[in-house]
Design a protein around this ligand. Structure first.
Ligand SMILES: [Zn+2]
Length: 283
């Protein structure tokens, strides 16, 4: 292929941040920290290895996902507890914050609401940063392991990929059929997973998660949430997923309620303000 004479000059153009996020509504982390200090545990859910489980957190409560027993990656879905059509939007959260999320960043919901569903308030793996391979933790670049891709690549029929685990858990929680529930499962926040893109080929890579028992990721629920968490069959994702080969461990989800009055002054975010007319008058 012909290389233009100014190829190096074109490559040397500096990048521009697509979505400068200084104007995003800023979470009041001091208020959250004060509310968390007096909070008490109201529920806990142990997610079995290679399975998923649902949990609920009311607006204004906190939920914590913890590593227990051994290094384990979790695939997280979030829905508005009153309306499953409002769900976590991985791609937009990535565009707004970057490839991996940490404390102070948010899980945004789908169109047309596009609002914060949850804010990360604590991340014990925040020290990891970005390693020499370009890897980091808690990504919003992977989708979720699923049996369709597994079948495409190897012809397998494997039933404990995160996609199927989340589908069964949502069906059990809501009474929806498996087929209906599957349509609500969406791209995840890959909790504790360590991933990046290779510099030479741009391919999605994973490596052993740095998570250890006792580590956790904690969130403030901005709206009433129904969550589902899958303990990925990839375990710590150091080798492979979509099989029962990797060592897998449970994950713990705990929900905490602040003491009465502790989040006074805070309001659940309103749905997005775009008028939805798309240039054609009233929607
Ligand atoms: Zn998975």
């Amino acid at each position: 292929m012909k290389r233009p004479s100014d190829a190096e000059a074109r490559r040397a153009v500096p990048p521009v941040i697509c979505y400068p996020n200084e104007t995003l509504p800023f979470p009041d982390m001091a208020l959250y920290a004060a509310a968390r200090a007096g909070a008490t545990k109201v529920s806990e859910t142990l997610v079995p290895a290679r399975e998923a489980a649902c949990f609920r957190a009311e607006a204004g409560q906190f939920f914590r996902i913890s590593s227990v027993e051994g290094p384990q990656v979790g695939d997280l879905n979030l829905w508005n507890a009153q309306d499953l059509s409002e769900r976590f939007y991985s791609g937009k959260s990535r565009a707004l914050h970057g490839t991996h999320l940490s404390a102070g960043e948010r899980m945004w919901s789908s169109f047309p609401t596009l609002r914060p569903m949850a804010t990360i308030t604590e991340d014990t793996l925040g020290w990891y940063g970005i390693d020499g391979f370009g890897g980091s933790v808690h990504d919003v670049i992977g989708t979720r392991c699923d049996p369709y891709t597994g079948n495409l690549l190897s012809g397998a029929q494997y039933h404990h990929c995160c996609h199927s685990n989340l589908t069964r858990a949502l069906a059990d929680e809501t009474g929806l059929s498996l087929g209906e529930a599957e349509g609500h499962v969406h791209d995840v926040l890959n909790v504790f997973m360590c991933t990046g893109f290779t510099r030479d080929t741009g391919q999605y890579f994973m490596k052993a998660s740095p998570v250890r028992p006792g580590d956790y990721l904690e969130f403030f629920a901005e709206i009433d949430l129904l969550g589902a968490l899958s303990a990925c069959p990839g375990g710590d994702c150091s080798t492979e997923h979509s099989s029962d080969v990797a060592a897998c461990h449970p994950l713990l989800v705990e929900v905490f309620a602040p003491s009465p009055g502790a989040v006074d002054g805070w309001q659940s975010p309103a749905p997005n303000g775009y008028d939805r007319s798309h240039g054609r008058g009233a929607p």
